[in-house]
Design a protein around this ligand. Sequence first.
Ligand SMILES: O=C(O)CCC(=O)C(=O)O
Ligand SMILES: [Fe+2]
Length: 342
Amino acid sequence: MSRSNIAQLILAAPAVLTAEKSFRRNPVIGSERLNQRGLHRRRVALAARMAERRRAALAPRLDPDERARFDRDGFVIRENALPPELLARVREELATRPLPAWEMRQGQTINRVLPLPRDRSALGELARFVHRPDVHTLIGYAAGRTGNVVTMLQTIAVDPASGESDPQAHLHADTFHPTAKFWLFLHDVGDDDGPFAYVPGSHRLTPERLAWEDAEARTATQSADPHHAAGSFRLTEDGLGRLGYGGLQRFPVPGNTLVVADTYGFHRRVESLRPTVRTSLYGVARRNPFAPWNGLDVRDLPFVRDRGMSIYLAGEDRRAKRGKKVVYANVGTILAGAEQQL
Ligand SMILES: O=C(O)CCC(=O)C(=O)O
Ligand SMILES: [Fe+2]
């Protein structure tokens, strides 16, 4: 091993105790030799144990029925999440108020994100939905750790004629530890509108899942699928039985339904067979999975807590200006449900 390789390994090592998930980006996490000795397996098992402890501490603050459903399934579905009068104002504003928007294309899918305004409007009130104690605790419980939830409006616009298949339509786990995403769907999502789909119970670390994680980790850097190599393991649907899980369930939902899921469980977006558009209040809760405590997140301090996405997107704009590659491209000020821009 050359001296610069050794230096690289030393610099990469502290990431082992963080949420870093990429086998390809981090030479320690991707090391075949270390993974043969159980590095990935131990990270997965320790993260699961820590999440279990943090969830136990949160459990008394949850609605007992939602908690039981989450423990069993790995997700919670709550209909009529917003009061009807707020929902009506949100829909009205969505249809008439253009907002600064950024887009990422993945195959035939445009993923548009729009930071929510911080004002007294209906959309401003929508942004504060995640600060309701019941919602914040539920998302934290699903994530295995409470803390900041990065929220935004999200529009998924699929035009099947426009490109390759969408990588999010392939069954996957987002990372190696419990982590949450939520969608508050603002309009009906029919079975053929590209709904979310999840394998109930696949958030549980079965012995078969752990053995599979261990085996996959040893070869992850060589995977032809860049998402797999980046630590979002892909799996075919017939592989589920071998891991001790049942089948995939699709979630067509009426508008105003909240879906909160631990995306360590296997999930995917159902592919659309015709052009579809789906808009939701969307958020991600992901933190270091090894710390023993809940809460205490600097990103939750009052002046930054709702700005996570805006701060990130401002960084993307600066990168674009310097001619660097970006994930999200600025597409100007448009309606959330506008025709595709990219
Ligand atoms: O949008 C969906 O239905 C699922 C997409 C997904 O896999 C994700 O956001 O992690
Ligand atoms: Fe995902």
